[in-house]
Design a protein around this ligand. Structure first.
Ligand SMILES: [Zn+2]
Ligand SMILES: [Zn+2]
Length: 290
């Protein structure tokens, strides 16, 4: 009997894929906020963006929690979906959200910042993200770091790292070392997709920047793109290949992820100074105020 159980167990392990696909926790992104669980404390949040051509696309972000603390990468585009995300975090998960980190300056990363700020949750970003956002975003990141920064979350860490220009000049990736999970944001392409919105891209350096990500995280188990399905290292390879040998002429795809036309924001907020780092900084070191 024991031997049979053991055989069944081993057979089960063999058919188990190397990385289980994330499991649905709540919602359907077409209707608003969707949350999927990657592993305990690690989630993907997905919500829609309505493009000017009438199409609706899903936008991904990442949540990492440990010991009652959480950090969130990228906000939903819209207030309603951001409120739903905060409600889930604060009321259902009952975590203290230590930071919201937009991974570049487009609205599918920071559109929901006003909702986070209103809830007293501080935002952290690459300085370049602040500089690029300040002419078009309603609300700007509060705490700035130079390219890269490591956040403490409970007893674990998450690394934000700037690999070079790609989808935008400021794009960073997030790495959870304890899980070997990479949130690549919009510089990482899901398999089979097009180039997306290249309005702010550097197509000449994109492949090299993605090569740098690959080199830094050679043992990754899951790679989460800004739009579409997660996977493994093949997403990085797909992205590298897509932008290999690019000529300088910028080609606009038929797809328009992160469409700028949806920055219908008042610009009066844009010049607000970044507040200095408070006592509640996630990790004061390396952070600078504007
Ligand atoms: Zn973007
Ligand atoms: Zn995007």
């Amino acid at each position: 009997m024991f031997r049979l159980s053991l055989i069944l167990l081993l057979a089960g392990l063999l058919v188990q894929p190397a990385c289980k696909s994330p499991q649905l926790v709540m919602g359907k992104w077409q209707d608003g906020l969707e949350i999927r669980k990657v592993s305990p404390g690690l989630f993907i949040h997905t919500s829609p963006i309505n493009l000017s051509n009438g199409q609706v696309y899903p936008c991904n972000g990442m949540i990492f929690m440990d010991q009652g603390e959480a950090v969130v990468f990228d906000t939903p585009v819209y207030q309603k979906d951001t409120e739903a995300l905060l409600q889930w975090l604060l009321e259902e998960q009952k975590v203290k959200v230590k930071a919201i980190i937009p991974t570049h300056f487009h609205e599918d990363c920071l559109g929901g910042l006003p909702v986070f700020h209103k809830a007293g949750i501080r935002s952290y970003a690459n300085r370049a993200t602040y500089e690029l956002a300040k002419d078009q975003a309603e609300e700007l990141p509060q705490e700035l770091f130079e390219g890269s920064h490591t956040f403490q979350v409970g007893r674990k860490t998450v690394e934000c790292w700037y690999p070079g220009e790609a989808h935008t000049k400021d794009n960073i990736v997030a790495w959870v070392p304890s899980r070997k999970v990479l949130f690549g944001g919009c510089m990482l392409k899901a398999l089979g997709v097009g180039k997306g919105n290249l309005a702010d891209a550097n197509v000449e350096t994109w492949s090299a920047s993605m090569e740098a990500v690959k080199k830094r995280y050679p043992n990754l188990k899951l790679a989460i793109p800004g739009h579409g399905e997660s996977g493994g290292m093949e997403l990085l390879d797909f992205t590298i290949k897509m932008f290999n040998n690019q000529i300088s002429a910028i080609h606009q795809d038929t797809e328009h992820f992160c469409n700028h036309k949806f920055y219908g924001f008042s610009r009066s907020f844009a010049k607000l100074p970044v507040r200095p780092i408070g006592q509640d900084s996630v990790a004061g070191k390396g952070l600078v105020s504007q």
